[in-house]
Design a protein around this ligand. Structure first.
Ligand code: BES
Ligand code: MN
Ligand code: MN
Length: 458
């Protein structure tokens, strides 16, 4: 592996340039006006694999294309499937960026750009690792397949469809799935993530009178959709942080004592966490620690509210409509469909007379954990130790990667979540960054991963 390690360190500059190129493409999947740029990012990723001599395919969908590539089969060795995403979240609020989101800029050893860590930078570590194998050894020690999608940030609707097609399972057949789209525990503590929360995302639209009204002439006599919205939303969670949707906790997988003590043994400092976020206190479900709340308990958050007068100064108006986007993070065993049905009944009962309700179900995905007693986990731990100089800690995380549980259903292979990011990388926020040192450590870990995995008997 010395030759490979040397190759990786002497190609740092070149690998950084490649990442910068990809980061310049504003591949914002949620916004239809960026369709060509999303396609451009797909083409860019595909071209990487074409250059490596992989068998490649740009798979069109009803939305954004899938990039598929595979190296040559190696008999008697396991097959890995790397999943990642080339799409990014919108960059706004734009005026809070120190350097523009699509002009990658280095400050203090960090590369700043939308998508730097989520997920272009992390995804590219695996591309650069296979490239390093090909350019030093001429080949990989095992077959590696890549499926890089452009709709992760919108819930992977078309990849879900693709997985249902009869030949998808055959094409993607593998022994292990590898994803780098999570985080290290903290600086200097690389991690293997063995669980993610799921999500159920909704939009609630309340409509009252046929148009906005004078709140003096009509206020107090006509139901106000904004008043109704705040009342209905605040009924969803109580002061102890317990979600009030009937049956919400019925299937929740409880935290074991063992897991609780493992979480509390991690070096987590509430003070510096609060400092990092600029808050004077933490909040959440009573009876649980911050890590438990973030990783293994459900939560409810309003993601956006729209209603009434938003302009400068005051306007006495009774708005005719109010809407909110909100989501629940789910833990293993909770059923998003059952929760959606129960929520609908609850909101219909809460909705006052004189107001009509529309509840849109947006994306949803279950939470999951993966077993830790597997040779694949052991191999990943060894590889990370090579790449980062420390053995990984085992954590869960609170975010969601909707496709993972669908992979598990279709492909019957365990998932390795190997995150190279940091929790202060500002994902989905202004000034997203990725540490360049972690980018290179990720490449090195990935290069070692193919070696370690190739030694597992299949
Ligand atoms: N990379 C994240 C998922 C993630 C975030 C994992 C934090 C672990 C910790 C992914 O790109 C993401 O943002 N997922 C969305 C999914 C949603 C749009 C369906 C999320 O979690 O909000
Ligand atoms: Mn991501
Ligand atoms: Mn994301």
């Amino acid at each position: 592996m010395t030759k490979l390690d040397e190759f990786i360190s002497s190609n740092r500059e070149r690998f950084e340039q490649d990442l910068r190129q990809l980061l310049k493409i504003p591949s914002i999947s949620t916004d239809g006006s960026y369709r060509t740029q999303v396609a451009e990012a797909a083409d860019w990723v595909l071209a990487q694999f074409v250059e490596l001599g992989f068998r490649t395919e740009l798979i069109p969908t009803d939305g954004h294309p899938l990039v598929y590539a595979e190296s040559a089969p190696v008999s008697n060795r396991p097959v890995a499937l790397v999943y990642g995403h080339y799409d990014v979240q919108p960059p706004d609020p734009l005026d809070e960026w120190i350097s523009p989101p699509f002009e990658p800029t280095v400050r203090d050893g960090n590369l700043y750009a939308r998508g730097a860590t989520d997920d272009k930078g992390q995804m590219l570590t695996h591309v650069k690792a296979v490239q390093s194998w090909i350019e030093t050894e001429g080949t990989l020690p095992m077959q590696v397949k890549f499926l890089i999608e452009g709709e992760e940030e919108i819930g992977s609707p078309n990849l879900s469809h693709f997985l249902q097609s009869p030949d998808a399972a055959k094409r993607l057949a593998c022994d292990v799935i590898v994803i780098s789209d999570t985080s290290q525990f903290s600086k200097g503590h690389p991690a293997i993530t063995y669980g993610l929360r799921g999500i159920a995302y909704f939009e609630l639209i309340l409509t009252g009178p046929k148009q906005d009204l004078h709140s003096g002439t009509f206020g107090g006599a006509v139901a106000n959709p904004a008043n109704a919205l705040t009342k209905m939303l605040s009924a969803l969670v109580n002061d102890e942080g317990k979600i009030q949707v009937p049956g919400f906790y019925d299937d929740v997988e409880a935290l074991s004592d063992r897991e609780r003590s493992q979480f509390s043994a991690l070096p987590f400092n509430e003070r510096s966490f609060m400092e990092q976020l600029g808050v004077a206190a933490l909040a959440g479900e009573r009876g649980y620690s911050t890590l438990e709340r973030r990783w293994a308990r459900p939560s409810f958050d309003i993601n956006g509210i729209r209603t009434g007068y938003q302009g400068e100064g005051a306007k006495t108006v009774l708005p005719n409509q109010a809407s909110a986007k909100f989501s629940f993070r789910l833990v293993p065993n909770q059923n998003p469909d059952a929760i959606a049905a129960s929520l609908r009944t609850m909101l219909e009962e809460l909705c006052p007379a004189g107001i009509t309700l529309e509840l849109k179900e947006m994306h949803h995905a279950p939470g999951f954990t993966v077993p830790l007693d597997s040779p694949y986990i052991d191999a990943a731990a060894k590889a990370i130790e090579q790449g980062f100089g420390h053995s990984p800690v085992f954590i869960r995380e609170g975010g969601s990667i909707p496709i993972v549980s669908r992979f598990t259903d279709t492909l019957d292979a365990p998932t390795l979540l190997l995150g190279w990011g940091l929790t202060d990388d500002n994902t989905h926020s202004p000034n997203e960054k990725f540490s360049l040192a972690d980018y290179h450590r990720g490449i090195k870990s990935s290069a070692h991963l193919w070696y370690e995995l190739s030694r597992i008997a299949v």
